[in-house]
Ligand binder design. Structure first.
Ligand code: URP
Ligand code: ZN
Ligand code: ZN
Length: 463
């Protein structure tokens, strides 16, 4: 049975127009006006609403063993929440630790997601060590369609790689045409600063930011860029949080380094005073890189507006209150992470578009089209075009609401964005032509989501 959406206004990065969309066999088959309506067609009236391509969150954690515990969501809870918020595809960090091997981790993450996700998904494959087996395993993972890697320059002895391993990963990535995402903080400095602060009796969450100052992130960003420059690989800095790191990344771009930049929701909308709240209230806002001084936000917004920052993700990583309290005696034990998969689209529409930081086209670009292009999903995802997957978000800009941990759909007992007003939300969300969400409720098929196999996306530096 076909699906016809009529009355709405389609928005992509380079166009905005009123038209009807006809969907058959999971894809958009016709865009036009006065389209015929074959018998049995399901019709959705989108009058007065925007129609956006399904949004893509390029950075989430769902299954994540980390800091003596596990992130709280399952693929079922996270994907339903994502869809209610308008995200139809997410890219999850597949994160085996340094003591596990890459291929075993990859199979485990695939098993965790298989048949459980209500939206489509892909993985960034974390390289947490590079030994004699790693290269063969990574080649197999890329052949399986996972064509982006992730490295951590932080989290020493757990996920973190040293410079030699970074070099080996980037060299292989360049050969395979695989982009490498990186968490850029100097692990040694973080570890030394943490120990020094604890030795002075500074144990509360307010000391998390001083243990990972802006300069530590700027160093990691500059070093990653230098390694990209000297290996020819293409890179993607995840969750860039501050002006000194932005300068390092923009400098590298200006030198011709193949580098893209991601900002995540918490760094645009929250600031370090949140983590300075006493006790548990502060612990809820511990993530890495940390929430920063507010002065950084204008620079991040400006770079996002101009496209110097490419994409907006969430770094969704929920730990509940009980888990956060693992760090009640030492900030170094607070599980790092803030949830956000559900709120990204509405918050970015409200505080990005409606507050004048970005127009609708850049909004769609940063939250959907650019991630699709960077990670080999375009034009299957990230646009509304004949032949593309019918992942569509019919967005009601007249909706008014307030975010609350009590009404969210992720598996966590607080929201990092509690009390934030939202102006607009998805009213209908489809995944490959099936209506999965209506007006804030999941109405679809759990387990509909598919693993998206991708082709390598970047040319070898040698050609
Ligand atoms: O604090 C964070 N960001 N937690 C998730 C792991 C990571 O570094 O992305
Ligand atoms: Zn990270
Ligand atoms: Zn992350």
């Amino acid at each position: 049975m076909g699906l016809l959406i009529r009355g709405g206004e389609i928005v992509t990065p380079d166009s905005r127009y009123k038209a009807e969309i006809y969907v058959e066999d999971q894809t958009v088959t016709t865009i036009g006006t006065g389209l015929p309506v074959p018998p049995g067609t399901e019709i959705i009236d989108a009058t007065g609403k925007w129609i956006f391509p399904g949004f893509i969150d390029p950075h989430v954690h769902i299954y994540l063993p980390f800091m003596a515990t596990f992130a709280k969501d399952t693929h079922e809870t996270a994907s339903v929440a994502a869809l209610i918020g308008g995200t139809t595809t997410f890219i999850e960090m597949c994160c085996p630790s340094r003591s596990e091997d890459a291929l075993g981790g990859y199979h485990l993450w695939k098993e965790k997601a298989e048949g459980k996700s209500a939206c489509d998904y892909a993985f960034h494959m974390t390289v947490s060590r590079f030994d004699q087996n790693t290269e063969t395993q990574l080649r197999e993972i890329v052949r399986d369609g996972t064509t982006s890697f992730k490295i951590f320059l932080s989290y020493k002895n757990f996920f973190g790689v040293d410079d030699g391993e970074m070099y080996q990963t980037l060299t292989l990535a360049n050969e395979l045409g695989v982009v490498v995402a990186a968490h850029c903080e100097n692990a040694e400095l973080v570890s030394r600063l943490q120990q020094a602060l604890l030795a002075e009796g500074k144990t509360g969450p307010e000391w998390h930011e001083p243990s990972r100052p802006e300069s530590v992130e700027a160093e990691g960003t500059a070093r990653f860029a230098t390694f990209l420059e000297n290996t020819g690989a293409a890179g993607y800095v995840v969750h860039l949080s501050c002006l000194p790191a932005l300068k390092a990344a923009v400098d590298a771009k200006a030198r011709g380094v193949r580098l893209s930049i991601e900002v995540v929701l918490p760094h645009l909308l929250l600031e370090k005073t949140f983590a300075e709240r006493p006790g548990l209230a502060g612990m809820q806002y511990v993530m890495s890189p940390p929430l920063r001084h507010k002065r950084n936000q204008q620079a991040l917004w400006n770079a996002l507006t101009s496209g110097l920052i490419d994409a907006v993700g969430t770094d969704h990583c929920p730990f509940d209150n009980e888990q956060k309290l693992l760090g009640k005696d030492a900030f170094t034990q607070i599980p790092n992470g803030i949830p956000g998969i559900e709120e990204r689209v509405s918050l970015m529409y409200t505080y990005g578009v409606n507050r004048g930081h970005m127009d609708l086209h850049r909004f769609v670009d940063a939250l959907s089209t650019r991630p699709a292009k960077l990670f080999g999903l375009f034009p299957r995802k990230g646009t509304i075009a004949v032949g593309s997957d019918a992942d569509l978000v019919i967005f009601d800009s007249t909706y008014r609401g307030v975010i609350s941990g009590r009404s969210q759909h992720i598996n966590c007992d607080y929201s990092g964005f509690e009390g934030f007003a939202v102006e607009g939300r998805p009213s209908v969300v489809t995944v490959r032509g099936k209506v999965q969400v209506r007006d804030g409720s999941f109405v679809g098929e759990r387990g509909r989501g598919r693993l998206l196999r991708r082709e390598p996306i970047v040319n070898s530096g040698s050609d």
